[in-house]
Design a protein around this ligand. Structure first.
Ligand SMILES: Cc1cc2nc3c(=O)[nH]c(=O)nc-3n(C[C@H](O)[C@H](O)[C@H](O)COP(=O)(O)O)c2cc1C
Length: 177
């Protein structure tokens, strides 16, 4: 089975909760980017050893958080040596508004994956009103109102997150051969 790592930033616990479900589906290691935008050397080593990396961030002001961007900028070291080339990539975000410009965050993840030479996996689950209720195909999106705690994230969004993790890991396993 492919080795998958979920790397995410979460300011207030919502992205963390989604990350846990994505990781459950992918049977993945989870790495949290800290409040200063840093991860440890051991975390970088785990990412380098992964077959698949799934990026996660809340959408803040229509984009990934600055802590996630700091992590992404630090990954430029890997770009110089094509170290992440051919790894499988995926990504997820959560925000408060139904749209909230989450697509900008997902599109940034796709750009990051393309810069690193990775193979992006979209979100093929059909919208049945519960699973993929937001109707995102580019990546995984979740949503909960601005005053709601992470515990209130709809179960359908969490089930979709788990299914997305399974999907990314399955593609990575196939590509690994
Ligand atoms: C600085 C800041 C900017 C935000 N910008 C947006 C936004 O552009 N669109 C949106 O729908 N929600 C926005 N939100 C709401 C968050 O996306 C939402 O609360 C999310 O669940 C937070 O995830 P976290 O707990 O992992 O940080 C913003 C919240 C903060 C604190």
């Amino acid at each position: 089975m492919a080795k998958t790592v979920v790397v995410y930033h979460s300011g207030y616990g919502h992205t963390q909760r989604v990350a846990q479900f994505v990781a459950q589906g992918a049977n993945a290691q989870v790495i949290a980017i800290d409040a200063d935008g840093n991860i440890t050397e051991a975390d970088w080593a785990a990412l380098d050893a992964a077959d698949a990396i799934i990026f996660g961030s809340p959408t803040y002001m229509g984009m990934a958080s600055w802590q996630f961007k700091k992590f992404a900028d630090a990954s430029s070291k890997r770009w110089f040596t094509s170290a992440w080339k051919d790894k499988v990539a995926g990504g997820f975000t959560i925000s408060a508004s139904p749209s909230g410009d989450k697509l900008s965050t997902i599109q940034y993840f796709i750009t990051l994956a393309m810069q690193q030479g990775m193979v992006w996996v979209g979100q093929p689950a059909m919208n049945d009103g519960t699973i993929n209720r937001i109707g995102s195909n580019s990546g995984l999106m979740a949503q909960v109102g601005p005053t709601s705690p992470a515990e209130d994230i709809p179960q359908g969004d969490l089930d979709t997150a788990k299914a997305y993790g399974e999907r990314v890991a399955a593609v990575a396993t196939k590509l690994r051969g």
